[in-house]
Design a protein around this ligand. Structure first.
Ligand SMILES: C[S@@+](CC[C@H](N)C(=O)[O-])C[C@H]1O[C@@H](n2cnc3c(N)ncnc32)[C@H](O)[C@@H]1O
Length: 153
């Protein structure tokens, strides 16, 4: 499995940091939830997890591993989700494959889905994700490249 090639302590460390910032039973949206690996299971056990993935095959696996999660088959660049619904949006090793021009619009969607004061955690192997483009609200962003911080907009 591809994930075994990536040291997972980093992901779990940042997930633990994020959980410290969230309410007791947070509503979390995961973009590209994949097959429902350990980090997704932690989120589904701790609160209410909604996962979106474009691959039916991955979602089939995720359904077995995340029986309590809401799993949506769709493209996160176009899927319709209610606004101001999530305490956090997370995405692990997904955004590095997104075309550059789709990144800013996606971050605006993320900002829209988050409740005021919500958090965005994105892990990406080979990409700097600019924080600050999700304008117009109090969203905060965090990534392995930086400590949690407010967007400057
Ligand atoms: C490298 S896997 C990572 C899966 C999971 N996040 C993990 O850490 O194990 C990337 C996942 O993102 C999904 N994906 C890629 N582009 C997507 C899109 N535009 N909308 C929804 N899912 C997408 C793929 O189907 C795949 O399950």
């Amino acid at each position: 499995m591809w994930q075994q090639r990536i040291p997972d302590e980093t992901r779990l460390r940042y997930l633990a940091d994020l959980l410290e910032l969230l309410p007791k039973r947070p509503d979390v949206l995961e973009l590209g939830v994949g097959a429902g690996v350990q980090s997704s299971r932690i989120l589904a056990e701790r609160g209410r997890l909604t996962g979106v993935d474009i691959s039916r095959q991955q979602l089939r696996r995720a359904r077995e591993r995340l029986p309590n999660a809401t799993l949506i088959h769709g493209d996160f660049t176009s899927v319709e989700l209610p606004r101001a619904t999530f305490d956090a949006v997370v995405s692990f090793y997904v955004l590095n494959n997104l075309p550059q021009e789709e990144l800013a619009p996606l971050l605006r969607r993320v900002a829209d889905w988050l409740r005021p004061g919500g958090w965005f955690l994105a892990a990406s192997r080979a990409r700097t994700i600019p924080v600050g483009v999700a304008s117009g609200s109090e969203q905060r962003c965090t990534s392995p490249a930086a400590s949690p911080r407010r967007t400057g907009v």
